[in-house]
Design a protein around this ligand. Structure first.
Ligand SMILES: [Zn+2]
Length: 453
């Protein structure tokens, strides 16, 4: 203890390690646009794309960006368009259209100018700024140099982003959250990186961009490393619609590059396909510790539980989502077969990471409330978690799910000083009142980030 040491009498209440929401959408950059990006995948042919861009250009003030996303080669039915074509549709608006896999984009001349991309701009291999015979950019940009356009986009919403993220962090700290695991777009990732570089983060972040763009993350890690204890990266999130062939290519490539894979699951068949892919990649690459993640596998067929252990998976589950199953069952949808079999999962040697799957800009679910939901829910065989196990899924094993259990997740010498003082000891007494517990003080890295004492 030193002269400035502050002594707090907890009066018999509870101190826990900082809570870690292992599946959250901290922000969603795309949602902030008054004109949302044009969703290109369902447009047929250039004519439809042209009409859409022209209609945006007619409505938006000159100079406003027109964004599009999710094009596939089939949208163009031929070679990719170039800036010249886009200029003919919207000469006075920067246009930027990103492909489905997030690895390439097409800019018009105004967008290239705004991002200061010209003949002299470096390619950043393995990325490339495609050029014509004269050395001028055609507008097609692949991989690394895409950040130049995105950085320009992000700069224009700097103040709004700062305010939004500050509000979200404050709200989460009040509930005892000290770490989050966020997934969304590359835009979000770069906005969070900017905040990180400007030392504006008050909550620790593990950020995972979309899986199809795994090569971009590989290159980013190659150039920038993997971050620090405030923000780190090295994981990728797959967004459902799982097809074994496609996922095999992605998971295999990402794993070879040393990146972690997590995937959103819907149906049982997706779960089976994903586990097959994970198992195959683990075997082929002889991975000792892949920590492949299954996001939302709440209805987990009993025969798959040992497979989770075989493939080296982590079960990432969100207690607040359990209520959706109840609602659907009430509406007549066939009941889940094996909902939330947490004890069986733990007994198979698989770790569980808890989170909320919320957008805290619009809704915050406190960890205490989430823990209550987890503990009130028994598996079909009648088993349920203990409070210690549930807390572990929200702290140490959540840290494990992001490869950070050596730095955080428990209160031990040598670890980061992330902890929460609650107003009561919710580990005793009825599980039905855990959600009433309130954080009184939240400390991150030894700094008091929230203080209601
Ligand atoms: Zn989610």
């Amino acid at each position: 203890m030193g002269a400035k040491t502050r002594i707090v009498d907890g009066k018999g209440s509870l101190v826990t390690p900082g809570l870690n929401d292992s599946h959250i959408h901290l922000m969603s950059y795309d949602r902030a646009h008054p004109f949302p990006p044009i969703f290109l995948r369902f447009l047929h042919g250039r004519q439809q794309v042209a009409e859409k861009i022209a209609s945006y250009a007619a409505k938006l003030p000159k100079g406003s960006w027109i964004l599009g996303e999710d094009w596939t080669d089939s949208v163009w039915a031929g070679p990719l368009p170039t800036r010249v074509w886009l200029d003919s549709l919207a000469p006075d608006h920067p246009v930027w259209l990103v492909g489905r896999e997030g690895n390439s984009g097409i800019a018009n001349s105004a967008a290239l100018r705004a991002a200061k991309i010209d003949r002299q701009t470096a390619d950043e291999p393995p990325g490339a700024i495609e050029r014509d015979g004269k050395g001028d950019a055609t507008g097609v940009i692949r991989g690394g140099p895409m950040w130049r356009i995105e950085a320009t986009l992000i700069e224009r919403s700097r103040d709004a982003d700062d305010r939004a993220i500050e509000q979200v962090m404050t709200g989460l700290l009040r509930t005892g959250v000290t770490s989050v695991q966020h997934n969304n777009s590359w835009y979000d990732f770069l906005v969070l990186r900017r905040l990180h570089q400007e030392a504006k983060l008050r909550i620790r972040i593990y950020a995972s961009p979309p899986l199809p763009a795994w090569e971009r993350l590989r290159d980013y890690v190659g150039a920038q490393g993997r971050g620090d204890t405030w923000m780190h990266w090295g994981g990728l999130k797959g967004y459902g619609a799982i097809q074994a062939d496609q996922y095999y290519r992605w998971v295999s490539g990402a794993s070879k590059a040393g990146l972690q894979v997590m995937a959103h699951l819907g149906s049982e068949s997706e779960m089976r396909q994903l586990l097959q892919v994970y198992g195959r990649v683990r075997g082929e690459q002889k991975l000792t510790d892949p920590r492949f993640r299954l996001e939302h596998g709440h209805d987990m067929p009993a025969d798959l539980i040992p497979v989770l252990a075989q493939v080296g998976a982590v079960a990432s589950m969100q207690p607040p989502l359990l209520a959706h199953f109840d609602q659907r069952t009430a509406l007549g949808v066939p009941a889940p077969k094996n909902l939330f079999p947490c004890r069986a999962i733990l007994e198979a040697g698989v770790r569980i990471a808890f989170g909320t799957d919320t957008y805290p800009a619009t809704e915050i679910i406190a960890p205490a409330a989430s823990l209550q939901m987890a503990l009130e829910r028994a598996a079909p065989d009648g088993t349920r978690l203990t409070i210690d196990e549930a807390l572990r899924a929200y702290t140490l094993d959540a840290a494990y799910a992001e490869f950070a259990e050596r730095e955080k997740g428990s209160l031990e010498p040598g670890k980061l000083a992330d902890f929460v003082l609650f107003d009561r000891d919710f580990t005793r007494g009825s599980v039905h009142s855990i959600g009433n517990a309130e954080a009184r003080m939240t400390v991150v890295g030894g700094r008091v980030m929230y203080d209601a004492l």
